[in-house]
Design a protein around this ligand. Structure first.
Ligand code: GLY
Length: 594
């Protein structure tokens, strides 16, 4: 089977023009069954089923961006938890070991499948704008966007949503008390974990901002020097905050001592949050967005994420062609043209559906996709400036994602974030809580690109209590034979990462290959195809240029896709962690024989 798969994959890669990065040579060559996970960059695990029933998976699979968070999830499964308890453990542990990407000072989206009820639900724990965050508050004297305010310190931070999500998961879906599921994260925060390269490098990038704030210095300069690879980072205040959350639930974070310290710190640094804005924060349960692509049901993120709408547009536009029959240049051309059109609509129409009318039904309808498809010339790029709207620049790749399937058939796809590297850089003294800089995801100045080079207008203007537009796209795809759970960080590139992941599953790749596959991206503005080095062969680039595309063919790798899948036909589980991130881990734990 491994040989067949490799041969098929090689054929597919030739067909689509993607070339595996060198790192794939190892894992592909080692394809086979193991009972536990690898912890390396190309980690994956595949377990043959021993259970006779194929109606539920043979165990639990977890993929996340750090080995300690994957292990924390498995620890909670062994303690009798389900996928939702494990999600709490993974999420909270990522907050401890990956402060560069997400944390309880930030927010996230949790897409759940509850096997008992058969229901899919989208738990929206996106941050909300405080009342002080008017558009004028982010403009300088000349009326330009004040970028220091939009990405650094207290004004850049929205009211956190992640702690409320953890409480919600425990109360509504978990089997274990919150404090049990939080125990691994609390232990790791208190005992510490080894700093790895990405944390050290990210700190160097954000050092000036991080060292502005007393609370941040207390955590990251505790020994007087910036974090260095191999040192142990201990976060006793964060351990205590997590403990309070475990003991008191919602009030442990949003009221009482922690809330007082958060409010005092924001005030001390010149920002304005009110106690009732913290105490009034609520997660929202939303209906996920659903559509069909080939034989797959895609279940994904609705607004205030832009991801599901954009993917529905792109995939339904692409359904008009048999991509597997096209050469690499034409395949990339059509994918790009579909991306261009979807990102243009994102800019204009997407925002928090509780505040603006987002025309989801129209944008995601097959009829609209057919119209968009008809506007695509099979041989020529359409310059983005001719697709009405206005211009912009580019990226960053923080945020984090994890994927879980358990033996009962529950699933979690969760993407969580503090936005840019180390969020706002502001840790509230005595809490260990690093606040997000998610306010930059609003269109703080209409038509001015944010840190990801995407912009927006009225639909995504800031307003008290409103959630800023996101690209986070936690997703499930399900066919007769397979279920996959996937998602990724990467700012505005999240959507295209997940999209390429879905196309790769549709092409028959396994989870490890899906996580490793080289990436391309187009976001309408700037009008350029971004490609990782090796993603497009030189003659493909030439052919695309001849069609009128501008191609950046050798960009640094981006993203950190985490995915798990259950193959119902063979009753096997597998997981793929992105090889671009050497500390990630995919793992499979077999359930005891039933
Ligand atoms: N902060 C990245 C996103 O939500 O899209």
């Amino acid at each position: 089977m491994a040989i067949d798969l490799r041969a098929r994959t090689a054929l597919l890669l030739l067909t689509v023009g993607f070339v595996f990065a060198p790192v794939m040579a190892g894992p592909l060559a080692q394809d086979g069954s193991t009972s536990t996970a690898a912890t390396s960059a190309a980690a994956s695990a595949k377990v043959d089923a021993t259970a006779s029933s194929r109606s539920t998976p043979p165990g639990t699979a977890i993929a996340s961006a750090h080995a300690l968070s994957t292990d924390a999830g498995m620890e909670i499964m062994r303690a009798g938890g389900n996928a939702f308890d494990a999600a709490i453990a993974v999420s909270a542990t990522l907050s401890v070991v990956e402060p560069i990407s997400s944390g309880i000072g930030g927010g996230g989206f949790f897409l759940l499948h509850d096997a008992r009820s058969g229901r899919d639900v989208f738990v929206d724990a996106r941050e909300t704008a405080p009342e002080s965050a008017t558009p004028e508050a982010y403009l300088d004297a000349k009326g330009e966007l004040n970028r220091d305010r939009s990405v650094n310190g207290p004004w850049s931070a929205g009211i956190p949503g992640l702690p409320a999500a953890l409480v919600h998961l425990a109360e509504r879906y978990g089997r274990l008390p919150l404090k049990i599921s939080l125990a691994p994260a609390i232990r790791i925060a208190r005992e510490g974990f080894p700093i790895y390269a990405r944390l050290e490098k990210g700190y160097a990038t954000r050092r000036e901002v991080m060292e502005r704030y007393r609370g941040t210095r207390a955590v990251f300069l505790a020994d007087g020097t910036p974090p260095q690879v191999g040192e142990i980072l201990k976060q006793p205040d964060l351990a205590r905050t997590l403990e309070l959350l475990g003991e008191k639930g919602f009030d442990g974070f949003y009221r009482g001592d922690v809330a007082k310290k958060l409010l005092a710190s924001v005030k001390q640094e010149g920002g304005k949050w009110r106690a009732d804005e913290l105490a009034g924060y609520r997660v929202k349960e939303r209906e996920p967005l659903r559509f069909k692509y080939h034989e797959w049901d895609v279940i994904t993120a609705p607004p205030p994420s832009s991801g599901g709408v954009a993917m529905a547009q792109i995939l339904q536009i692409l359904e008009g062609w048999d991509l597997s029959k096209l050469d690499a240049a034409h395949r990339t051309h059509l994918i790009t043209e579909a991306m261009r059109r979807a990102y243009r609509d994102r800019t204009i129409y997407l925002g928090d559906p509780d505040f603006v009318r987002v025309p989801v039904a129209r944008l995601t309808s097959p009829e609209y996709a057919a119209g968009q498809r008809a506007s695509i010339h099979p041989e020529k790029a359409l310059p983005s400036e001719l697709l009405s709207g206005q211009p912009a620049p580019l990226e960053d790749d923080e945020t984090t994602h994890f994927s879980i399937i358990d033996a009962e058939g529950n699933r979690v796809a969760a993407t969580q974030t503090v936005n840019l590297l180390y969020g706002s850089g502001l840790v509230a003294p005595g809490t260990g809580v690093l606040l997000n800089n998610e306010m930059d995801d609003f269109a703080l100045r209409p038509g001015t690109p944010n840190a990801f080079g995407v912009m927006g207008f009225e639909a995504n203007a800031p307003k008290a209590g409103k959630r800023m537009l996101s690209s986070m796209t936690p997703s499930f795809i399900e066919s007769k034979d397979k279920v996959a759970v996937l998602g990724a960080p990467g700012g505005s590139r999240i959507i295209t990462e997940v999209l390429l992941g879905i196309l790769a599953y549709d092409d028959g790749l396994d989870s490890r290959q899906v996580a490793a596959l080289p990436r391309i991206h187009h976001q309408w503005m700037p009008d350029v195809i971004s490609a990782e080095a090796g993603a497009l062969a030189p003659d493909t680039v030439k052919a695309l240029e001849a069609m009128g595309h501008k191609v950046n063919a050798a960009e640094q790798p981006w993203g950190n896709l985490q995915t798990v899948a259950w193959d119902k036909a063979s009753n096997t589980l597998d997981g793929g962690t992105d090889p671009r991130n050497p500390v990630g881990k995919a793992d499979v734990l077999l359930a005891p024989a039933r």
